[in-house]
Design a binder for this molecule. Structure first.
Ligand code: PMP
Ligand code: GLN
Length: 383
C-alpha cells in the first residue's frame, strides 16, 4: 500500500506560471503570462559564460558564492544604496531569488510566527511561510494605487509577527514603495523584533523618473533586513536562476545555515561570467528602466483602443489591465478563455490574493519584442 500523503500544502496546486505557459503552448497562444523577457542576453556576458565553461570552472563554487561576484554585488549595493557591504559576511549568491526567499523564510520563521504579506503577493511567499510552520497574514494593497495600508499594518502587528515581506517594484501591480512608505516602516519596526524580507528583483526596472528605495538604503531598516535580487531580470536570463541575498552579518550567518543545505552552491561558470561582466560594465543595468519604460508605453498605446483599462505600471515588466468593461467572468476563467479563443495568455491576479480582489484584473508581461506586442494587441483590441 502506498504511504499516506498527509500534505503539508493541501491547498497548493501547480503555480499559475506553469499552468498558463503550458496552456499557451498547447493553444499556440502568444504568451504574455509567465514573466520572462524575449531579449538576448548581452553577448559579452555569453562570451564569458562560454569562456568559463571551457576553461575549467565546472566544479562546485564556494558555498556563499564566487568571491569575485560577491565583490561586485557588494560594490553595487554601496554604489546604488550607499550601504557599505562586506563581501565575505553579508552577501550570498543563491539559486534565483526564489531560493533566497525560501532560505530567508525558513531561517527566521518558526512555528507560531506570523508573517505579513501584501496581496496580490508573489506566489512563493505563502507556501514557504506555511512550510516553516508560520502563518501568512495577508493584507490587501489599497486600490487604485496599490499602496500599503500602513494603519492596518500597525493594527496587525503583534508579538507573533516575525517578518514582513515587501516587494518593490511590485509583481504583479508594478507599484513601488516611496520615501514616506519607508519612513512609516522605519517607525513601525523600531524597537521590534521583526525581520524584513525585501524582494527587490525588479530594482532596475522603474519608470517615470522614480527611484528605487531599497530597504538597504537606510541604516535603521537595513539592520532588520534581508534583501533579495536576481540576475535573471537584469540580464534577460531568467533561465539561469542566479540571484542573491544581502543582509547584515548576523542575519546572513543564519541565512547561510539554510542555503548550504537547500542548494549548497550555485552554478559556477555563470557566477564567474557575471563577475567578469560586472567588472567590465558595472552600470549595464542603468539603461534597463528606459528600455522597459518604452516597452510599457508602447504596450499601453497599442491597447488604448481596446476595452481593457490600463493605468501605466510604475515598475517591473508587467502591466495590469482591468477587463470589467468586457466581461464579468472570474479572472481565472477569462484568462483561460482568452488563451484558448483569442490566442493571448495572461496571468489572473486573483491567484495572488487570499481574498478576492476588488476589481477584475489580468497581468500582461510586456518584456517582448514589438512584433509580439503588436500581434497580441491586435487580438486584444478585437474583443
Ligand atoms: N520575486 C518576484 C516578485 C518575482 O517576480 C520573481 C520571478 N520573476 C522572483 C521573486 C523569483 O526570481 P528568480 O527567477 O530569480 O527565482
Ligand atoms: N516571476 C515570474 C512571473 O511573475 C515567473 C517565475 C516562475 O515562473 N516561477 O511571471
Amino acid at each position: 500500500m502506498p504511504p499516506t500523503i498527509n500534505s503539508k500544502l493541501p491547498d497548493t496546486g501547480t503555480t499559475i506560471f506553469t499552468v498558463m505557459s503550458q496552456l499557451a503552448a498547447d493553444c499556440g497562444a502568444i504568451n504574455l503570462s509567465q514573466g520572462y523577457p524575449d531579449f538576448a542576453v548581452p553577448s559579452g556576458l555569453l562570451d564569458r559564460v562560454a569562456h568559463h565553461l571551457r576553461n575549467g570552472c565546472n566544479q562546485y563554487a564556494p558555498m556563499p558564492g564566487v568571491a569575485q561576484l560577491r565583490e561586485q554585488i557588494a560594490a553595487k549595493t554601496e554604489r546604488l544604496y550607499g550601504r557599505p557591504t562586506d563581501t565575505d559576511t553579508e552577501v550570498t549568491v543563491t539559486s534565483g531569488a526564489t531560493e533566497a526567499l525560501f532560505a530567508a523564510i525558513t531561517a527566521f520563521v518558526h512555528s507560531g510566527h506570523e508573517v505579513i504579506v501584501f496581496d496580490p503577493a508573489y506566489d512563493s511567499y505563502d507556501p514557504a511561510i506555511r512550510l516553516a510552520g508560520g502563518t501568512p497574514v495577508h493584507i490587501p494593497l489599497r486600490t487604485p494605487a496599490f499602496d500599503i495600508d500602513w494603519p492596518r499594518v500597525a493594527a496587525t502587528i503583534s508579538p507573533a509577527t516575525r517578518m514582513i515581506i515587501l516587494n518593490s517594484p511590485h509583481n504583479p501591480t508594478g507599484a513601488v514603495l516611496n520615501d514616506d512608505d519607508l519612513n512609516t516602516l522605519t517607525d513601525l519596526v523600531r524597537g521590534r523584533d521583526i525581520v524584513l524580507l525585501g524582494d527587490e528583483v525588479y530594482e532596475h526596472i522603474i519608470f517615470d523618473g522614480r527611484t528605487h528605495h531599497s530597504l538597504l538604503g537606510r541604516e535603521e531598516l537595513a539592520a532588520h533586513s534581508l534583501v533579495v535580487s536576481s540576475f535573471g531580470k537584469t540580464f534577460h536570463a531568467t533561465g539561469w536562476k542566479v540571484g542573491y541575498c544581502v543582509a547584515g552579518a548576523e542575519l546572513m550567518r543564519e541565512f547561510r545555515k539554510v542555503h548550504q543545505f537547500v542548494q549548497f552552491c550555485v552554478v559556477a561558470p555563470i557566477q564567474y561570467a557575471l563577475a567578469d561582466f560586472l567588472v567590465d560594465d558595472p552600470g549595464h543595468a542603468d539603461g534597463l528602466s528606459a528600455f522597459y519604460e518604452q516597452k510599457r508605453d508602447y504596450f499601453c498605446t497599442l491597447l488604448a483602443p481596446s476595452r481593457f483599462q490600463l493605468t501605466p505600471s510604475a515598475g517591473t515588466y508587467f502591466q495590469l489591465a482591468d477587463y470589467s468593461a468586457i466581461t464579468s467572468e472570474a479572472d481565472v476563467d477569462f484568462a483561460r478563455r482568452l488563451t484558448r479563443d483569442v490566442g493571448v495568455a495572461t496571468i489572473p491576479v486573483s491567484v495572488f490574493c487570499a481574498s478576492p480582489p476588488q476589481r477584475q484584473w489580468l497581468r500582461f508581461c510586456f518584456a517582448k519584442d514589438d512584433a509580439t506586442l503588436e500581434a497580441a494587441a491586435e487580438r486584444l483590441c478585437a474583443i
